[in-house]
Design a protein around this ligand. Structure first.
Ligand code: KG4
Ligand code: ZN
Length: 386
């Protein structure tokens, strides 16, 4: 069975095609990720209307590339059903590209389409969803909506992306997931596959957002997470540079990162402003900021891991690419339970991608979820099923 997945929740246009081989193994036939980061960098963040326009422009070329890489592209013609024009009535540019595409392409033998329904930027989500509905109609293939955060959790199933058959990583339950991205910071308990409980979340900024904002104060480009992490490696312990660990002793699994960002702002101001700082001082601030954020994330995550007697710790989302976070969690997890397993996304799978969406689709099909084309984008879609 071949599953095609579409992801457009934020600033990556991504399509993956996987083939399910058995219950525990797949083949990745193709995975295309087109990042808009360079376009949004100018604005210092993601600009929703621009993201939507870029998705509309890129979806058909990305689809064509994904089909070609999967050796599923075949010249020919696909008859456009009457309802496609209506499905894409709010995406005139996309409709034009799609019409041209169908006129020159044969049906590729996809068995199932899945698409990110939310959470994310609604205008961006809608383009992907409308495109998925149009494709499902044109190819007469079932469609299933997918939760993006569930994608970040299941992204750890692929430890290394190769062209050959991949055995999916084994999750032992209960598992705990720390989800850290530009829009979310959540601790999720997974009692069994597909069953989630939200244990804690941020009350204000997400962890990735805090990295991005601190980076801006330090005059680093967007996205700030990788920049801070690089600069932090050159930082040294510095008595004059101390930042708070917000809510670290709150006794809850909730987070707050906006105060940490403000503390960076005041610290830089008190040191005479960004221009007055030496490169070493800037690196020392990046180091202390990263420490502060990671101290809070790791302390709460491991406390929850212990309280709920978990067996597997999963970390997903853009910030899970952070090397210092990976090392810190590994060390602390071994100290509390040497038998516990830490699962991190493989290279390129921390940030947004359609491969993780395909994996959710695979699990949903296995669990018998009924396909539907009757759904809307949900910017604030929750991962909790009850
Ligand atoms: O999951 P993601 O690609 O998009 C959302 O769904 O939000 O996460 C993007 C976030 C950005 O805030 C970015 O700065 C952060 O992940 N990020 C990092 C690192 N790489 C990406 N944060 C810290 N360290 C990194 N190495
Ligand atoms: Zn994401």
């Amino acid at each position: 069975m071949k599953i095609l997945a579409i992801e457009t929740s934020c600033d990556e246009t991504s399509i993956a095609i996987i083939e399910a081989i058995s219950d525990t193994s797949i083949r990745v036939l193709s995975h295309v990720v087109l990042s808009q980061v360079a376009i949004h960098a100018e604005y210092g963040g993601v600009y929703p209307a621009l993201a939507k326009r870029e998705h509309a422009k890129n979806l058909v070329p990305v689809l064509e590339q994904a089909l070609r890489e999967a050796a599923l592209y075949q010249a020919g013609q696909t008859v456009m059903p009457d309802n496609v024009e209506q499905i894409l009535e709010r995406e005139p540019d996309l409709f034009g590209h799609f019409t041209t595409f169908l006129e020159k392409t044969a049906m590729p033998g996809i068995d199932q389409i899945v698409v990110t329904q939310g959470p994310g930027l609604e205008p961006a989500l809608w383009v992907g969803i409308n495109f998925a509905k149009a494709l499902a109609a044109a190819w007469n293939v079932p469609l299933t909506p997918v939760n993006h955060m569930e994608g970040h959790i299941l992204s750890v199933l692929i430890q290394e992306k190769t062209d050959s058959e991949i055995t999916l990583a084994d999750i032992t339950y209960p598992a705990l997931a720390l989800l850290v991205s530009g829009g979310h910071t959540e601790i999720v308990l997974m009692d069994e596959p597909g069953k989630y409980r939200l244990i804690g979340k941020t009350q204000d900024d997400a962890a990735g957002e805090a990295f991005d904002k601190a980076a801006r104060i330090l005059d680093l480009p967007y996205p700030g997470g990788p920049e801070i992490s690089r600069l932090a490696e050159q930082g040294l312990p510095n008595e004059a540079i101390k930042l708070p660990r917000p809510m670290i002793d709150s006794g809850t699994y909730d987070f707050s990162f906006s105060g940490l960002k403000t503390a960076v702002l005041y610290l830089v101001r008190d040191l005479g402003g960004i221009e007055a700082l030496s490169d070493q001082t800037r690196a020392d601030i990046a180091r202390e900021f990263q420490h502060a954020a990671l101290d809070v994330l790791s302390k709460k995550t491991l406390a929850a891991f212990t309280e709920f007697s978990c067996q597997t710790l999963i970390v997903g989302g853009g910030v899970s690419a952070n090397r210092a976070l990976r090392t810190m969690l590994q060390e602390k997890l071994v100290a509390i339970d040497p038998a516990a397993k830490l699962l991190l996304p493989g290279p390129g799978l921390s940030t947004d991608n359609a491969l993780m969406i395909a994996l959710v689709g695979l699990f949903q099909i296995k669990s018998g979820k009924i396909p539907t084309t009757d759904f809307a984008a949900e910017g604030r879609l929750s991962i909790v099923n009850e």
